[in-house]
Design a protein around this ligand. Structure first.
Ligand code: ADP
Ligand code: MG
Length: 642
């Protein structure tokens, strides 16, 4: 097969010059990956021309239509025709300008690329012109500009993207996935341009960075994103940054102020402003780390590393803190012309950027009291969220009734610790296996007195169980042992089919990061096997309807989010069996009782009983021991009795 391909090599000697449309299509391959890239380029153009209002309307995840309307400076007929030619820009003129780029765009290839792969219609009017101009381009075939009537500003409509490129069209995912990518681009731009606006005044006073009006520093930008006629976001230009973040990330509770710390520094030509999530709201993915440089969203390994370092010792090594970091510095101190979509830049002094970011974040984190505040039990917080806004008397009654129900079904002897409360979702949880944190009060099963009389174990420091054995005693790590037991149960059940699951009393909804919708689609079978039932609740919101009974001890939302994070991090094509094993390991760890958790006597009894039936109960799935054994002989030796 390879040789057959090589047969074409004979033709390779004949060099031809590609026609312009081919050149554009090739360029489009770099810049226009999917509908979200079109949204990015068009929004950036609108910001560059000083728009204060941008409305983005999408149909079918952008496959059918992407329309962006702004109230910027507009274009006259001549410019409108030129704008769609390759390498046409109003943003740079000579090579010096390349090293001082204050606009989001400058390469002059976005419009030409977009128009080479879709049906495009652009209508534009400058403020001082009485009539608007309109141009239509179908995959590179341009019609003449004609006059039309329209409001001032520009509207660009992009229809049926890649319709003449079936290979690329096929690559597009479902509308849900595409819209989640669009939301991600929208979010980045909404944050980037907003913040530059926020400090525009201050920066100008300092004369550094030298942000000009009409540049990336658009202020007071009102943004709306509409999908299939439904408004997903309407962001007002005069809202504060926190409020904007809160609207874009409802799941981060930024609006409550408690979980986020603001820090700022202004030294050595670098202005840093950052909103930091406390360690307890860290994530399994770095998707909640946003870095902006003079209003442009960027990815930078150095800066990401600085964030990681700043949190060293404060979050577990495999978790990622949430951070919104805004850097302003002179344009001439870095090069943006190193990546086609400009997502990476080259700092001329990256060490300085690294050390300033690290110092700013670290100092703030170390000087802040980061004690973890006790969280409301999951059930209560869900109730508050679902019911509080409606605040009617009827709702209050329902809330009271459910709260009463949950209270009644809480086990009598255990203290209501967070993480131990999930079982309240399973009013009749009885699987016959695993440690039964059932809803039945302990006293009903056997009287506490009999247990006290018979018992030959104690729990120490709410973490270890010391139990008498025939020839001595054992010390058991309660978490490690339960993890092992759970792991085996999970493996057995999954080999037999799927995990038993139970409907949640109240579905729990949560937000996904961009691209994570893909993960759910890709691993639909796995979710099904695990007995996790998810239903879409919005473009990036999912609701957990059912959750595995065996994991009654884990909080569903935390678990599912971590699971998605884990799957998201796995390279594709990983052996399905290995992946399943990793997932089960994680499930066992999360579903197991924790160290520091007080157990009732019957729970300990159950744990010890399960231990007897579990293969390799002496090691947890990670290989750590679950049990340390002491024989009478050991003791006698120690006490010098023998
Ligand atoms: P670039 O943004 O790199 O200059 P583009 O292909 O995206 O390249 O745009 C080409 C030119 O078209 C821009 O430089 C600008 O002059 C003009 N243009 C693009 N979008 C708009 C808009 N929404 N309003 C006014 N002019 C625009
Ligand atoms: Mg552009």
């Amino acid at each position: 097969m390879f040789f057959q391909q090589g047969g074409d090599r004979n033709k390779m000697g004949q060099i031809i010059t590609l026609d312009q449309n081919m050149i554009n299509m090739i360029a489009a391959g770099e810049v226009i990956e999917r509908p979200a890239s079109v949204v990015k380029e068009l929004m950036e153009n609108s910001i560059d021309v000083g728009a204060t209002k941008i409305t983005i309307s999408i149909e079918d995840g952008g496959r059918k239509l992407i329309s962006v309307t702004d109230d910027g400076c507009g274009m006259d007929a001549e410019d409108l025709a030129k704008a769609f030619e390759p390498h046409t820009t109003s943003k740079i003129k000579n090579s010096d300008d390349l090293y001082n780029i204050s606009t989001l765009g400058f390469r002059g290839e976005a419009l030409a690329s977009i128009a080479s792969v879709a049906q495009v219609k652009a209508v534009s009017r400058t403020k001082d012109s009485a009539e608007a101009s309109c141009i239509e381009i179908d995959c590179g075939n341009k019609n003449a500009v004609r006059a039309c009537s329209a409001d001032f500003g520009t509207t660009i409509q992009v229809r049926d993207i890649f319709y003449k490129l079936p290979a690329r069209r096929k690559f597009l995912k479902t509308a849900n996935t595409e819209i989640s990518h669009i939301i991600e681009q929208f979010t980045r731009i909404a944050l980037g341009c907003h913040f530059v606006g926020d400090t525009f005044q201050k920066s100008n006073e300092r004369k550094q960075p030298n942000l000009q009006s009409g540049s990336a520093a658009s202020r007071n930008l009102n943004l709306a994103l509409i999908h299939n006629g439904r408004e997903l976001y309407r962001l007002s230009g005069n809202q504060g940054l926190r409020q904007r973040i809160a609207e874009l990330f409802p799941m981060l509770s930024v609006g409550t102020y408690e979980d986020f710390i603001a820090a700022e520094s202004d030294e050595k030509g670098l202005h840093i402003s950052v909103l930091l999530g406390t360690p307890n709201c860290s994530k399994t993915t770095n998707k909640f780390q946003y870095i902006f440089l003079n209003g442009r969203f960027i990815r930078d390994k150095f800066i990401s590393h600085a964030i990681k370092e700043a949190y060293r010792g404060l979050v577990e090594p495999d978790r990622f803190p949430v951070a919104f970091l805004f850097i302003q510095m002179p344009y001439e101190d870095y090069d943006v012309n190193v990546h086609p979509t400009k997502i990476e830049v080259r700092f001329y002094n990256s060490n300085l950027v690294y050390s300033q970011v690290l110092a700013c974040l670290r100092e703030k984190l170390l000087s802040t009291n980061l004690e973890v505040r006790a969280k409301l039990p999951v059930a209560a917080s869900v109730l508050a969220k679902e019911i509080a806004p409606a605040a009617g008397r009827r709702n209050q009654n329902i809330a009271d009734a459910i709260a009463e129900f949950l209270k009644k079904h809480r086990p009598a002897q255990t203290s209501p610790q967070a993480g131990f409360t999930a079982k309240n979702y399973y009013p009749a949880a009885k699987t016959g296996t695993g440690v039964q944190y059932s809803t039945e009060p302990v006293a009903n099963r056997s009287s506490p007195q009999t247990i006290a009389e018979q018992r030959n174990f104690i729990q120490i420091h709410d973490s270890f169980i010391v139990a008498q054995t025939e020839d001595g005693f054992v010390i058991i790590d309660q978490h490690a042992l339960h993890e092992r037991i759970l792991y085996e149960h999970l493996c057995k059940r999954i080999t037999a089919g799927r995990l038993e699951s139970q409907k949640l009393l109240i579905p729990e909804s949560f937000e996904l990061a961009a691209g994570q919708v893909d993960v759910i689609e890709e691993h639909a079978e796995l979710f099904e096997k695990l007995g996790i039932e998810l239903t879409p609740f919005g473009p990036r919101t999912m609701a957990i309807q059912a959750f595995p009974t065996l994991l009654a001890n884990a909080a569903p939302t935390d678990f599912v989010q971590d699971l998605i994070g884990l799957l998201d991090h796995k390279e594709t094509g990983l052996d399905a069996e290995k992946l399943l094993d990793e997932v089960l390991n994680m499930a066992a760890c999360k579903g197991a009782i924790k160290a520091g958790q007080k157990l009732s006597d019957s729970e300990i009894e159950q744990l010890l009983a399960d231990r007897a039936y579990t293969e390799s109960a002496s090691r947890c799935p990670h290989g750590r021991p679950t049990t340390i054994r002491f024989s009478m002989t050991d003791l006698e030796k120690q006490f010098k009795r023998t």
